[in-house]
Design a protein around this ligand. Sequence first.
Ligand code: GLU
Ligand code: ZN
Length: 276
Amino acid sequence: MIVTRFAPSPTGRLHLGHAYSAILAHDRARAAGGRFLLRIEDIDGTRSRPEHVETIIADLAWLGLSWDGEVVHQSSRLPAYAAALDRLRDMGLLYRCYCTRAEIAAASLSAPHGAEPLYPGTCRSLAEQHSDRPHCWRLDMVRAVQAAGPLHWRDHGQTIAADPLSAGDVVLARKDAPASYHLAVTIDDAWQGVTDVVRGQDLFAATHVHRLLQALLGLPTPAYHHHALLTGPDGVRLAKRHGAPALADLRERGADGLALAAQLRAGRVPIGTGDP
Ligand code: GLU
Ligand code: ZN
């Protein structure tokens, strides 16, 4: 059975791009008689807000989307992430990193505009470990790739060769959050039995890392369907558009959520539906 999910982070209000992604994931499951799940990715305790969770749930209902089973909150899943970290640590694939953001930025070769600088590996082979100093845990990517061997995934029915090395030594647990997005999303997609991950093209690069983590942790690989991001008539990404209304703004102004969903399904970007 096909199982898809929508997995928003409750760090702000949802926009049209989120609506589009949720509709695609929902419809893919419903068309196949499968299940559509809702997962709240609230591991970032400093940025996640309960009021955003309520707003997200109201937005989805307004769009006419229904989900199956209980809503899973990642904040209730921390023991599972800790167990996976232990396993990777036992495999000798993790190390402590004490660097601050500023130190990493200064030590990195100039990163492409807007991209996170690649971690330069400063702490990879430190002889002394200080568990009392603030630190995150990074994946030793070269070792991890060697341990896993060549990997692939299916995306829109095509075979993609995973290239996790290009992500560098990613963070798997942070000083202020017990698991990173990469770790939590990989574990939960497997735990919830997700067969088909439908999400925006902006997360395509992350899939290289997720595929590697699946291999290291012995988890199944879902099929992926990275979809194009919504753009306005001028080609500017909606998420980046200044002043693009949040779904909740439209809803509160009395806009018709079902009509909006129908437009998105028809591939029309309803800019200007801000007015009911
Ligand atoms: N929680 C992530 C986000 O907001 C999406 C996770 C995913 O679809 O893999 O954007
Ligand atoms: Zn470091």
